[in-house]
Ligand binder design. Structure first.
Ligand code: DAH
Length: 357
């Protein structure tokens, strides 16, 4: 019980004690709460509750004004100690909880590296592309460049300059898709010969693979879209021997060295003389089978010595230069190589079919 006669000192003593007790209570409560907090946010909430601007410890500090000047430093020291202690505890608890959360996450995301991997399905080149690439490799090894030509051509490049003027009967053999009077879908890669001779000077050695178009009915051996590879060599002193040598070498590399090659006289308006080239059937070796329709031979290309008129139309003097050209049907080559009986399979994009190659 307070007796007024005891004076102010005693009252201060009591207040100081109360403050000390209060501080102890706060400190103990805060420590216990911090130690029991289970997540980081809880710790943060406790920090605000005790150390924040309106926090309980801050409230005690505000009461310091009621202490005497002598008592203030000791009490101040105590509050500061409590503050530092709680701050340190908050930091460690935060760190511990963070580590625990990381640990938990790592455990949950643990990967069993002994499980078999999910196989990713890997595609491969279309058989036609594979054959085209092989042919490009063969001709590159013989010093040929690869050139490109447009699929939409003019009458001039597709026919006129190849010595096939309007009304020439040879046009009937290539049923053409016309886009306008002088514009068409190229019927042969031979158009690339002219474009090459117009832009390059001899010696010329190029191949041009690509799509060609003819208004043919679709059946097992015909498609309105098919593929050719054109070849052209122009230099001084090029003869039929060069043509035979290059094409024999090509046939042996594609079909194997045991393959026989036959040159038959033929006609193309842009070559003179012209030949068609057959190889022994890779399926039966020449004895006759379903693939070669019993003949033992398969026709693979047309070729010949470039017609002097064609050279002339491209500004190349035929008395100085000569050359040979050839046009290979890529679809036929692909179907015979992979023993495919129907050309349509190449264009239907049926995965079950394509997966086999
Ligand atoms: N362009 C001809 C065709 O589509 C094939 C051909 C024959 C190309 C003889 C040539 C060649 O370069 O010399 O039927």
């Amino acid at each position: 019980m307070l007796r007024p006669s005891c004076g102010a000192e005693f009252i201060f003593f009591l207040e100081e004690k109360t403050m000390k007790e209060q501080l102890e209570q706060i400190r103990a409560a805060a420590k216990s709460a911090l130690n029991h907090a289970g997540i980081e946010q809880e710790i943060e909430d406790l920090r605000v509750k005790y150390l924040g601007k309106k926090g309980e410890l801050t409230a005690i500090l505000k009461q310091m004004g009621s202490l005497s000047a002598e008592e203030r430093p000791a009490m101040g020291q105590l509050v500061n100690d409590a503050k530092q202690e709680l701050e340190a505890l908050i930091a460690t608890r935060k760190k511990d909880l963070k580590a625990a959360a990381t640990e938990l996450k790592l455990k949950a995301e643990r990967i069993d590296i002994t499980l078999p991997a999910k196989m990713r399905k890997q595609g491969h080149l279309h058989p036609l592309t594979g054959v085209t690439n092989d042919m490009i490799d063969i001709f590159r090894s013989m010093g040929f460049d690869v050139v490109d030509g447009p699929e939409v051509e003019t009458d001039h490049y597709n026919f006129e300059c190849l010595n096939v003027p309007a009304d020439h009967p040879a046009r009937d053999m290539q049923d053409t898709f016309y886009l306008a009077e002088n514009l068409l879908l190229r019927t042969q890669t031979s158009a690339a010969q002219i474009r090459t001779m117009e832009t390059r000077k001899p010696p010329i050695r190029v191949v041009c693979p690509g799509r060609v178009f003819r208004a043919d009915e679709v059946d097992a051996t015909h498609s309105p879209v098919f593929h050719q590879m054109e070849g052209l060599v122009v230099d001084k002193g090029i003869t039929m021997c060069d043509l035979k040598g290059v094409l024999e070498q090509f046939a042996h590399e594609i079909y194997g060295p045991e393959t026989k090659v036959k040159f038959r006289p033929s006609f193309f308006p842009f070559t003179e003389p012209s030949v068609e080239v057959d190889v022994t059937c890779s399926e039966c070796g020449g004895s006759g089978c379903r693939i070669c329709k019993g003949s033992g031979w398969i026709e693979i290309l047309g070729a010949g010595m470039v017609h002097p008129r064609v050279l002339e139309s491209c500004g190349i003097d035929p008395t100085v230069y000569s050359g040979f050209a050839f046009g290979i049907g890529l679809d036929r080559l692909t179907t015979t190589r992979h023993k495919i009986s129907d050309i349509r399979s190449l264009f239907e994009n049926d995965q079950r079919f394509l997966e086999q190659f």
